[in-house]
Design a protein around this ligand. Structure first.
Ligand SMILES: [Zn+2]
Length: 324
């Protein structure tokens, strides 16, 4: 038997111990004798070497009571009976109460496609490769991907574009049918999210319509953004943005898929803690009507030619830009 995540057992008072050192996430066992407290403390020490194990074997707590204590630990979800992993990531996710080995296997079957150049894209690609994904591939304008290892399937597309989501990125991802995590690198900030999923409201057009609500010149500016050279980005911001984007990818792949739906985070020197924005589907975007149509008649109108971008800019919604 071992404690998940390599947790330690700490004494809180006479006859009372807690499992783990994370405030608010450490189960408390009370009403213990001194021998029982010592047994539990020693159980926590097993993770730190064989000396603790020998002491546990010498415990004066009887087998029936030991089983009771183990059952209580099990009810709290902190007990495991397999061999402890040694990788810090696995121990960390165990401590979260997650089946860390299952999570690692799940990630090993996922390929993430990254479209973009520049330091944020490079750093993000390196972080994702180190996170245990089955594959990290760059993908180009056609959205096609080179051969993937057996059993590995594309699971998410990430675009890293300068100034605005590049129309070619949006189109390439739409053709892939994958969820799309856009990362936009601007001169003073990097925006990560919101994730855009084919079967949910909110799409790249919604985001563009909101930008236009906030600044009517946005469509003209966006055209010019496509031609601008990339802005220089501070090294620390590159790291911070790449780490946040990598976390967002892992969230979207199962750790917390809801977190990035309709939500973006902007990082910069002025917002080092991250400016969170909520994005609503734009009322003038056709994605809402398309999804409603699918629900009405069960047909996929995305392939029927009815989906077109709005022909004129939206009016009359000055509050359209999402608020922090
Ligand atoms: Zn939309």
């Amino acid at each position: 038997m071992r404690l998940r995540g390599g947790a330690s057992v700490l004494r809180r008072a006479d006859g009372e111990v807690q499992v783990g050192a994370e405030p608010g996430r450490a189960p408390v066992l009370s009403g213990l004798s001194e021998e029982e407290s010592a047994l539990l403390v020693q159980l926590g020490e097993q993770a730190h070497g064989p000396r603790g194990l020998r002491r546990a074997r010498r415990s004066r707590v009887g087998p029936a009571r030991t089983r009771e204590l183990y059952a209580e630990l099990s009810r709290h979800g902190v007990l495991a009976d397999d061999v402890a992993p040694t990788e810090p990531d696995l121990l960390h996710w165990e401590a979260h109460g997650v089946d860390a080995r299952e999570r690692a296997q799940r990630l090993s079957r996922c390929a993430v496609l990254v479209r973009g150049q520049g330091p944020v894209a490079s750093r993000l690609t390196a972080l994702l490769a180190a996170a245990g994904l089955g594959a990290v591939r760059s993908f180009g304008q056609a959205g096609d991907v080179g051969g993937l290892p057996a059993g590995v399937e594309p699971a998410l597309a990430v675009s890293v574009d300068d100034y605005t989501i590049h129309p070619l990125s949006a189109r390439a991802v739409a053709q892939s049918g994958l969820g799309h995590l856009p990362v936009v690198v601007r001169p003073l900030s990097v925006r990560v999210g919101p994730v855009l999923e084919a079967d949910r409201l909110l799409c790249a057009t919604c985001l563009a319509l909101h930008e236009t609500d906030a600044d009517p010149a946005w469509p003209l500016l966006a055209l010019q953004y496509l031609l601008l050279p990339a802005a220089p980005v501070e090294g620390l911001l590159v790291e911070q943005a790449a780490v946040l984007a990598a976390r967002a990818v892992l969230d979207c792949l199962g750790d917390a898929p809801w977190r990035w739906r309709q939500t973006s985070v902007e990082l910069g020197v002025d917002e080092p803690l991250g400016l969170v924005r909520r994005w609503e589907p734009h009322p003038q975007c056709l994605c809402g009507q398309v999804l409603a149509g699918e629900e009405d008649d069960g047909t996929d109108v995305r392939t029927s030619g009815r989906l077109r971008p709005p022909s004129r800019p939206p009016r009359g919604r000055p509050h359209g830009r999402p608020r922090a």
